[in-house]
Design a binder for this molecule. Structure first.
Ligand SMILES: Nc1ncnc2c1ncn2[C@@H]1O[C@H](COP(=O)(O)OP(=O)(O)OP(=O)(O)O)[C@@H](O)[C@H]1O
Length: 231
């Protein structure tokens, strides 16, 4: 899905927390959003997902303003995902059920995506009793199985161990291509290097650096990014 953002302003309590002059999300790519705590990364994703209203500007989805026609084509894994008081399996297929997919399709998607992680032993466990990393895998699979054109992921691997993180990254890569794109918020520069085609670096609500991951990481212009990269 193509998303074009123009002059977007979001305020909380009269304070501007997001001020994006222009941002274009193209089809088929993985975008990594980086930035310090409070720089507006989650707010940006929430605006794109239509979870919150913004104060000024435009977001175009495949060239059309307003999310209504595109809502079904977008999914988001929020920073602290809510898991239902049901089994892991039920949680993973809950989005497909909500979308009234047939049983055959649900089974196919479920087993296809399950193979990315080693969580077969957890399938009948109540999701409320999972560890942080197990919950994150469940939430990521729940988002992945719907196969939306645009997937927004807010620090999906923050609580995962290294092996699971690499498994998750393989899954995340598979979610982009053709018309499908992924925007992932991460604090892990190495993850951004492994995953992203393009990088968006936010500082106090503004994009201060953006472009191909290779270009941004090999020659960061802003002192803020250079500092994070230890240059
Ligand atoms: N519901 C809210 N009410 C008031 N202020 C908010 C709200 N949500 C976010 N903010 C503020 O907006 C700013 C941007 O927050 P946001 O969560 O987007 O940052 P972030 O870059 O995702 O941070 P982190 O890396 O800590 O997750 C912060 O200053 C935050 O305090």
């Amino acid at each position: 899905m193509r998303v074009n953002i123009e002059n977007l302003i979001k305020r909380y309590n009269n304070r501007v927390v997001l001020d994006i002059e222009r941002l274009d999300i193209e089809e088929g790519k993985v975008y990594a959003v980086l930035g310090l705590n409070g720089s507006g990364k989650s707010t940006l994703l929430e605006c794109i997902a239509g979870l919150i209203d913004y104060d000024e500007g435009k977001i175009l989805y495949n060239g059309r303003e307003g999310i209504e026609n595109s809502r079904k084509a977008i999914s988001m894994m929020v920073q602290k995902p809510y898991l239902f008081d049901k089994s892991v399996m039920d949680n993973i297929i809950s989005g497909l059920k909500f979308r009234n997919e047939n049983k055959k399709m649900m089974d196919k998607r479920f087993y296809e995506y399950l193979s990315f992680f080693s969580i077969d032993h957890l399938l009948y466990k109540n999701a409320k009793k999972l560890s942080g990393g197990e919950g994150a895998k469940t939430a990521l699979l729940r988002t992945a199985v719907i196969e939306t054109e645009l997937t927004l992921l807010d620090e999906p691997t923050a609580s995962m161990d290294m092996e699971s993180t690499l498994q998750a990254e393989r899954l995340i890569k598979s979610m982009a291509g053709g018309k499908r794109s992924v925007v992932i918020v991460t604090h892990d520069i190495f993850q951004a290097k492994r995953l992203a085609d393009d990088v968006i670096f936010l500082d106090r609500g503004k994009i201060i650096e953006m472009g191909s991951a290779y270009k941004v990481f090999s020659c960061p212009k802003s002192s803020a990014l250079r500092k994070i990269m230890n240059l």
